[in-house]
Write a protein that binds this ligand. Structure first.
Ligand code: GAL
Length: 215
């Protein structure tokens, strides 16, 4: 299944955030949501983390439902996953991840399910992490460490998909994405009538040369 990112976008994508970066996940985490992180590991990386957490307090430190922490100190990249609650780490899960390498780009997808978070890298399954804290409390994404991030997209799994693929194929949302090129024309499946609302989300180009028009 190839997803049209425009129809499944939940909140504006983030481009080239300054790391460390923290943002609110609009509406919190829910089963079916996906977070796509497109980035590059620093050439001299020691470690970086992507945290799905409960708020952004630093004192006391916010609970972290899912700490995704690639470490590059040995010849094989090790991803340490854990949960922080009341400032205490629980037991770690370890996964080797040869796809994440110093200096190399990556595309990570976090797919949120009722009981676990599934992570894929470059479209291939990497790991499952059980939800050890209630999903509904998780409303913040934090990224820190030796990584640069090109884009973060917040998407939802297509509710009408036949579910025959483990991970939906989704493209990072970025300027220049052909799916966002204008002129754009999409059918309105049910037409328009009294009380209907149509939302259009988009990104203005860096150097707009024309006005935006809807018809
Ligand atoms: C600790 C480390 C923390 C976190 C934790 C995960 O050793 O200091 O930053 O990564 O492991 O279990």
């Amino acid at each position: 299944m190839n997803m049209d990112p425009l129809t499944l976008l939940l909140q504006p994508p983030v481009h080239h955030p300054v790391i460390p970066y923290v943002c609110t996940i609009f509406g919190g985490l829910r089963p079916g949501k996906m977070i796509l992180v497109q980035g590059r590991v620093s050439g001299t990386a020691n470690r970086f983390s992507i945290d799905l957490q409960v708020g952004c307090s630093t004192r006391p430190r916010a609970d972290v439902a899912f700490h995704f922490n690639p470490r590059f100190s040995s010849s094989e990249t090790l991803v340490v996953c854990n949960t922080l609650t009341r400032e205490q780490w629980l037991h770690e899960d370890h996964h080797l991840c040869p796809q994440l390498r110093k200096g190399q780009p990556f595309l990570l997808l976090f797919l949120i399910l009722e009981d676990k978070i599934k992570v894929s890298i470059e479209g291939q399954h990497l790991l499952d992490y059980p939800n050890r804290l209630p999903l509904c409390d998780v409303d913040t994404l934090g990224i820190c460490g030796d990584v640069s991030v090109q884009g973060i997209s917040f998407l939802c799994r297509n509710p009408f998909s036949d579910g025959d693929t483990e991970y939906p194929l989704c493209q990072p949302l970025k300027l220049g994405n052909v799916a966002m090129a204008t002129p754009l024309s999409k059918p309105l499946p049910n037409g328009i009538s009294d009380g209907h609302m149509t939302t259009v989300r988009g990104l203005a180009s860096a150097s707009p040369d024309d006005s935006l028009q809807f018809a």
